[in-house]
Design a protein around this ligand. Sequence first.
Ligand SMILES: [Zn+2]
Length: 73
Amino acid sequence: MKHERKSKRRKKTCDVKGCDGKKKQSVPAGKASTKAGLDIDADGPNAYLCKKHWKEYKKNTKEEREARQLSWK
Ligand SMILES: [Zn+2]
């Protein structure tokens, strides 16, 4: 992994480690990390995701919901 200086708050890229995608969507950092399994590197309570990781976030959090529905059946 390359060394990076601590990022400034005004960066415009995705908060997933190693991703340089343009930020698209802000999500709760804790949820993105624990629920969606993303490797988040955010300073604050919110993380910014690029389009690709936002899709992954939605997919992973949606699967959780569907799993709950299946067990309910
Ligand atoms: Zn990303």
